[in-house]
Design a protein. Structure first.
Lengths: 294, 923
């Protein structure tokens, strides 16, 4: 079972393989707070930017004596102006995620929690502020946030297909939605349009079990959702296969269309694939300069 | 039984049920498989989808076929199919007589014959015929009973190791004449014997005769002969035809006494030969071990030939009195005896002390009068262990005083001085002839030739024992050969010379026969019938029809003449016969016999033994149907997708089932072995379990503490101490045994005391601790002291003394003078020094190189001083303050010295160490 401690340990392990991710920040005042994004200009930050001759008005305390001692002139050391970005995660904790088609594969829920937390760790190390959508955990900086996230990620949701949480999104922040998107698309559409209204960009990450992609069933079968709310009986399951696959493809196309409309990115991941490559893709997606972000 | 296509059915109407199969097919097809419940999140995408067809997925055709096959196999199996049904010809009616030759010739193929008989019994049983059995080697009036009764008794028929005798044939013919009409099945062993035609006629007069006879060759091996240093073997077969090799095995016991094949030889049958021969050259030692020869691959009494004395060659040592003198060959006192023995004995020459270690069977002393005491002792011992001494008289014995006034142990009788001479030039009377042998004599039955005369001899003193010791006498009653038993062996004296000087006996054939009868020599050829006349031979081991030997039990003895000539039969069974020391083998197949195949008239049908027995296959078919049904289970599960998901656990359980049959738990033997292995692997200090838990715990803790001290300070690295139960545990693994005395402990049993004494004698040391501070000064006043005296009384303890100042215990590792434990008593008792130990001037201690003292007795409660807790701290307080710790240290030092003493003995008492010790003592 996933406990906060083990979840964090595995997530740390995943995150250790990547350099600190610096999510692209957008220059919008409301959401901008001091953080770790170099603005290519002198300002308040941790990294060295340049030495400049001391001017009138600089306090004595600002003089960099190591540099100044090399000559007669006094220098002031300037640092790069850095800002931080808020990233909000929504990781599907619904009952439909607690499914794996074979004992060798992880449950979808395990995989998405791992990805979500690994991403959060990377972002937090990069100095970003990370939180959850909704009011449960607003974005904050620092390592303790990892613990809070890990804690929240282990709370199962009993709803069969939970809709994306779209409340309390900070304007112009970034968002990451990870789910199997098996529930109604209305919730997704609502969330994305609301995000687009507030200028929130992000990533829609679609995680599926291989059997959901292949539908390897035949014979007389009664299908039930994990929560047991939905049920469908068929006499010849193999006959349904092509129609199921059509519907799945339709759903993916719809999601991609929604993303294209709202400026989000769409990604697909199967639980038999490597978590590392999934994280890499998420890294790229959040870092994407080609993401059409102005 | 109905036969359909070569397969018989006992219940053919059941086959009609096969018609129901197509109906079953339709029914099975119509029933859909049960639905599978699956958890699947993608169900959301399925909502609203309709099935194209309302008919459910059908069971696949191959699964239906599997089920059909299973049902068909059940139906076929219940219909009782039988392979090779035996009704190719009409069965007769009326009683059936099964005649067996029952000889050794059929033994090799006996199982096949039994199968053939069983097939005929089955047939007869089906036809309802009664069956009787008649074995020609043991003819008895047959009882006609149902075939099933006989079938259960069939295994009781065994072949006999002889051929039917004419008497047997007559009896069998007489039995048949009494019976009402019957049909005959004659199981012949394919060997001709006289009277067969008569029997056949008698059978044909009563009904049909059918003969069953093997097509194989009967082989027999002739008795082995020993000629010119090789063993010659010959093998006969009934019919020439194919060339083939036959392997002959020499069987016997190896030096360890196990029966094994000592050698093999190959005999080669040429295409048209019925006799093949082989030669085998074996060393004398190996040859003496051979007990018989057999043909590999044949299992009959004829394929085994037993060996007897004919193959044995005795070792005879010949010693005369003048081996240093040069003389003419013919004057050698041993010449005649050498000639008599050389063909069938191995001769050894040399001095007496040289030949005795070779342990010959017989030693011949020709006219040797006196033996030195150094020779006499070993010679007497050798005779007493079963040797045979044969002495010949001569001028020296006649002249000596040996066995004159009192009987010499190596002479059978006392001798008169000088001997006598008859029929010479200076005497009256004619040379004496031999009297006939009495029936108590080993020579009884031998023909006495007229021309054997005796002209001089040594004369026995008349003694009460003389009559029974004389085994041959002259015509006037004077003993000529006397014999007496000595231990397990015997001494024989010929009162004449071994040369022709005193008598003509050595020149006659009788001399050789007498030596044979005395088992001095054994004849190489099989003995002639007349030479066995008058002797009685008792069977030792007899052979059965398969050639296996068994103890003869209480079979009666056989007259010597009959043994060779009479054909084998119930009264003369083949085997090993013994008379006195001589052994004779009576074999089934004689040396000059031949094997003749049995011939049959043309009107008698002869069939082979090969039968394809009826084989009911119902069981196989039913098993097959179960297999089909199991396959159906697996296939159905696989089809519905449940094989790997839900039944994983079941499958694992099924696979794990055989693993549950684990080997039995460790036995008591293992426990004892483990104890021995663990104890012997490392040095371990041991203490005697007294039964008092507190004392035992302290003893364990004390020895643990001492072990740790030894580990830290010395090169001894002991294993954790061992508690020893005197009754059950082996003591030999422990160098030292600490024995705390409690008044309550039980006295060990007698076996335990035996073990303790063995332990003490083999160098073990027991440290007795009365734990009472020796307040009674080693007396019986304290209860512990009394208990110690009680316990130690049966022990083999040497005289004791208080530990002297120069005892090696005072310096084996530490230099000590006090041996405190928890108490501070000076008195510790050890084995007393030998009274002759003296102190050399200027030396600090006596020279006492005399092993380890077996016991150390004291009352200082050492274990309490040594005892440590599990955390390493001392368990019990000793004394007061620092002085107490010093006392504990000294106690440890005593323990170290003691263990060192046990393990190194008196090494430190060696004078080599004196300078170093003096140096240290000086400081």
């Amino acid at each position: 079972m996933t406990t906060p401690a083990t979840l964090r340990a595995t997530a740390e392990e995943q995150a250790a393989h990547l350099p600190a991710l610096l999510a692209r920040a957008e220059h919008l005042a409301g959401a901008v707070l001091l953080g770790a994004h170099g603005r290519r200009r002198a300002g308040v930050g941790d990294d060295f930017w340049q030495y400049r001759p001391a001017q009138m008005g600089d306090s004595r305390r600002m003089v960099d004596h190591r540099r100044s001692a090399m000559g007669d002139q006094e220098f002031v050391r300037e640092r790069e102006w850095q800002i931080a970005q808020s990233v909000m995660l929504w990781v599907d904790q619904g009952a439909s995620m607690r499914f794996s088609s074979s004992g060798k594969l992880p449950q979808k829920a395990d995989r998405v929690r791992l990805l979500g937390l690994a991403l959060a760790i990377l972002l937090l190390r990069g100095g970003e502020r990370v939180g959850l959508t909704g009011t449960a955990l607003p974005p904050r900086r620092g390592t303790p946030q990892i613990l809070r996230l890990a804690e929240l990620f282990t709370r199962d949701d009993e709803t069969d297909y939970s809709p994306p949480e779209h409340r309390a999104m900070i304007p112009h922040a970034r968002a990451v939605f990870i789910s199997d998107f098996m529930g109604g698309l209305e919730g997704v559409q609502l969330a994305l349009t609301k995000a687009a209204d507030r200028g929130v960009r992000g990533v829609l990450y679609h995680v599926l079990d291989p059997s959901e992609e292949a539908f390897p069933f035949s014979g007389r079968t009664v299908f039930e959702s994990i929560g047991g709310t939905v049920r469908h009986e068929t006499l010849m399951a193999n006959d349904l296969r092509s129609r199921y696959l059509d519907r799945l493809a339709e759903r993916k196309a719809e999601l991609q269309r929604l993303c294209a409309l709202t400026g989000w990115q769409y990604g697909l991941h199967h639980t038999d694939g490597s978590a590392q490559s999934a994280l890499l893709w998420l890294y790229g997606a959040l870092d994407a300069r080609a993401g059409g972000v102005a | 039984m109905t036969v359909l296509g070569g397969i018989g059915f006992t219940a053919p109407w059941l086959l009609a049920a096969l018609l129901a199969l197509p109906i079953l097919w339709l029914i099975l097809r119509a029933v859909p498989p049960a639905p599978v419940r699956r958890r699947f999140p993608g169900v959301a995408l399925l909502l609203g989808l309709k099935d194209d067809e309302s008919v459910s997925d059908r069971t696949p055709w191959w699964l239906l076929l599997l089920r059909m096959l299973a049902v068909a196999a059940i139906i076929l199996g219940l219909a009782g199919p039988v392979l090779n049904p035996q009704n190719e010809q009409a069965d007769g009616s009326g009683p059936l007589l099964i005649v067996l030759d029952g000889t050794w010739a059929g033994a090799t193929r006996w199982p096949r014959q039994t199968e053939a008989i069983e097939a005929q019994l089955t047939r007869a049983g089906r036809a309802g015929r009664t069956v009787g059995f008649l074995s020609l080697t043991r003819p008895e009036k047959p009882a006609f009973q149902s075939a099933d009764v006989w079938r259960s008794r069939l295994a009781g028929f065994t072949p006999e190791p002889w051929q039917p005798s004419p008497a047997d044939i007559d009896r069998a013919a007489a039995i048949m004449a009494e019976l009402p009409s019957f049909d005959t099945l004659w199981f012949s062993d394919a060997l001709e014997y006289s009277g067969r035609e008569t029997l056949l006629g008698a059978m044909q007069a009563r009904g049909n005769v059918e003969v069953f006879q093997t097509s194989g060759n009967v082989m027999a091996i002739a008795p082995a002969t020993y000629e010119g240093g090789v063993i010659k073997l010959s093998v006969n077969r009934t019919a020439a035809g194919l060339e083939r090799d036959v392997i002959l095995r020499a069987e016997g016991r190896d030096p360890a006494g196990n029966a094994r094949i000592l050698a093999t030889a190959t005999a080669y049958f040429d295409t048209d030969a019925t006799v093949a021969s082989a030669e085998l050259s074996l060393p004398a030692e190996l040859r003496a071990r051979v007990s018989g020869f057999s043909i590999a691959g044949e299992r009959s009494a004829g394929a085994v030939t037993l060996t007897d004395d004919a193959l044995r060659r005795r070792e005879v040592a010949l010693i005369d009195s003048r081996n240093d003198a040069e003389g003419l060959q013919l004057l050698s006192p041993l010449h005649y005896i050498e000639k008599a023995l050389a063909p069938n004995a191995d001769l050894i020459h040399g001095g007496l002390n040289d030949v005795l270690p070779a342990n010959p069977d017989v030693i011949v002393l020709a006219d040797v009068a006196t033996l030195s005491p150094a020779e006499q002792g070993p010679l007497t011992a050798w005779i007493e262990q079963g040797g045979m001494l044969v002495r010949f008289a001569g001028p020296r014995i006649a002249a000596s005083d040996i066995s004159r006034s009192e009987e010499d142990p190596l002479m059978p009788v006392r001798l008169r001085a000088g001997g006598r001479s008859v029929g010479g030039a200076m005497s009256w009377g004619a040379p004496k002839t031999l009297a006939a042998f009495r029936d108590s004599s080993p020579f009884f039955g031998l023909e006495v030739p007229e021309d054997v005369t005796v002209s001089a001899q040594v004369v026995a003193q008349p003694d009460p024992t003389l009559a029974e010791r004389a085994i041959a006498a002259l015509s006037d009653g004077t003993p000529l050969v006397t014999r007496k038993a000595l231990g397990q062996g015997q001494v024989v004296l010929f009162h004449v010379t071994a040369t022709a000087e005193w008598s003509t006996l050595p020149l006659s054939g009788l001399f050789v026969q007498m030596l044979e009868r005395l088992a001095v020599s054994s004849s190489s050829a099989s003995p002639a019938a007349d030479s066995l006349e008058g002797s009685t031979w008792t069977p030792l081991r007899v052979m059965d029809g398969y050639g296996a030997l068994s103890d003869a039990g209480s079979l009666p003895g056989v007259d010597g003449a009959d043994l060779l000539t009479t054909p084998t039969g119930p009264k003369l069974q083949p085997g090993i016969y013994a008379s006195g020391d001589r052994r004779l083998a009576r074999n089934v197949f004689a040396a000059d016999a031949t094997l003749t195949p049995a011939g049959w008239p043309a009107d008698v049908p002869v069939r082979g033994l090969a039968v394809a027995p009826e084989q009911p296959v119902a069981g196989w078919l039913l098993s097959l149907s179960i297999l089909f049904l199991l396959a159906d289970v697996v296939a159905s599960l696989a089809l519905s997708g449940r094989l790997l998901s839900r039944s994983n656990a079941t499958l694992a359980a099924l696979l794990a089932l055989p693993l549950l049959a684990q080997p039995a738990p460790a036995t008591a033997q293992d426990t004892a072995d483990n104890f021995a292995i663990q104890s012997a692997a490392e040095v371990s200090l041991a203490y005697v379990l007294t039964g008092d838990t507190k004392v035992d715990d302290v003893a364990r803790a004390g020895l643990t503490g001492l072990s740790d001290v030894l580990f830290f300070r010395t090169s001894i690295e002991p294993a954790p101490p061992t508690g020893v139960n005197l009754e059950t545990d082996e003591l030999a693994f422990f160098p030292i045994l600490y024995w705390p005395i409690t008044p309550e402990q039980p006295r060990p049993s007698a076996e335990a005391y035996t073990k303790l004494n063995d332990y003490l004698r083999s160098g073990g040391l027991i440290l007795f601790d009365t734990r009472d501070a020796d307040i009674a000064r080693f007396g019986a006043a304290s209860p512990n002291g009394r208990k110690l005296q009680d316990l130690a009384a049966p022990l083999d303890i040497p005289p004791l003394e208080p530990l002297p100042e120069d005892h090696v215990l005072t310096r084996t590792f530490y230099l000590l003078q006090d041996f405190p434990g928890r108490h501070l008593s000076r008195d510790v008792w050890v084995e007393a020094a030998p009274p002759d130990a003296e102190q050399i001037e200027g030396m600090p201690f006596r020279n006492l190189n005399d092993g380890v003292t077996p016991v150390v007795i004291g009352g200082n409660d050492w274990a309490s001083a040594w005892a440590i807790r599990s955390d390493g701290g001392p368990l019990l307080p000793i004394g007061r303050g620092y002085a107490g710790e010093r006392q504990r240290e000294l106690a440890y030092r005593f323990g170290v010295n003691l263990v060192m003493h046990v393990l190194t003995g008196n090494y430190k008492s060696d004078q080599v160490h004196v300078p170093a010790l003096l140096d240290r003592l000086g400081q």
